[in-house]
Design a protein around this ligand. Sequence first.
Ligand SMILES: C[S@@+](CC[C@H](N)C(=O)[O-])C[C@H]1O[C@@H](n2cnc3c(N)ncnc32)[C@H](O)[C@@H]1O
Length: 326
Amino acid sequence: MQLGTGFWGSKTLLSAIELGVFTELAKGPLGAAALTKRLQLHPRSARDFFDALVALGMLKRTGQRYADTAETTLFLDRAKPSYVGGILEMCNARLYRFWGSLTEGLRTGNPQNEVKTGEDFFGTLYADPQRLEGFLKAMTGLSVGFAKIIAKKFPWRKYRTFVDVGCAQGGVAVEIALTHKHLTGGGMDLPVVQPVFEAYAQARGVAQRLRFHPGDFFKVLLPKSDVIIMGHILHDWNLDEKIMLLRKAYEALAPGGALIVHEVLIDDARKENAFGLLMSLNMLIETHGGFDFTGADCRKWMKEVGFKRTQVTRLAGPDGMVVGFK
Ligand SMILES: C[S@@+](CC[C@H](N)C(=O)[O-])C[C@H]1O[C@@H](n2cnc3c(N)ncnc32)[C@H](O)[C@@H]1O
């Protein structure tokens, strides 16, 4: 029952983020009437909405006043750099609706989002500037926490240059550059992403060391570098395209260089990492041929394109990285 009605709680949280509940309460606790007014809600269900968020562990109520929890003030206050709500804003604005036709996707094998009628996913998504920025920011929300772990768990001291291929806003590249001052590098992505990447690198103070390489990674060579990162890239594409991208990364790497593939890795037995398996269903909803994979799958593909040594490292929660050494 809990799983079957899970979307009730999910949508309650997503609406709270959309309405800015956590951002407002981060400024200080409020009573129900004041919060209702601040958020411009109808009084009928406001109290139920706030108390549901309390019962779901997303708000605290002391006496008559509501406040953020330690976690929601850190991660869901839009005004803080630690905000990870971008991905949840996208879940609310796009995926929530599209997952409504999962059954149709399972029957037809076709995506159920804006490209249901057959066009290219990123081209269609990015045609609207607001959606472009929303998606690129969402990627930072998804990846920045893991980037902090990649910055710690990979032996960056041995390398001097890196490129994040399919870098989106630059969340991962910026985090790594902030932690390792000796590194220079950048991000590669479709040309339309350039101003969003450059503004973010500038705002985080690393624009001097991070350059944007505009290009379609299926059409041009990848920039040469000691380390290449591909985060949540391979899962967007079918098997032939995955292998093509791995081969291009191998060719662009310096001898002794390394490719870091960072994804929600499905466990090798395909029984436990529910989030990884659901992410793969999300690729059905979003793409024409994409799917998620296990660490063992990725190591096998890396070996096929020439990588000598490969290793899988768990990051946090359902995420992991597979590193291939040239
Ligand atoms: C799922 S996002 C991953 C973003 C980021 N690496 C992360 O992990 O947060 C995929 C990225 O690939 C980029 N991309 C898609 N098709 C591309 C192409 N043909 N050439 C270059 N980049 C592309 C998208 O613009 C997007 O930024």
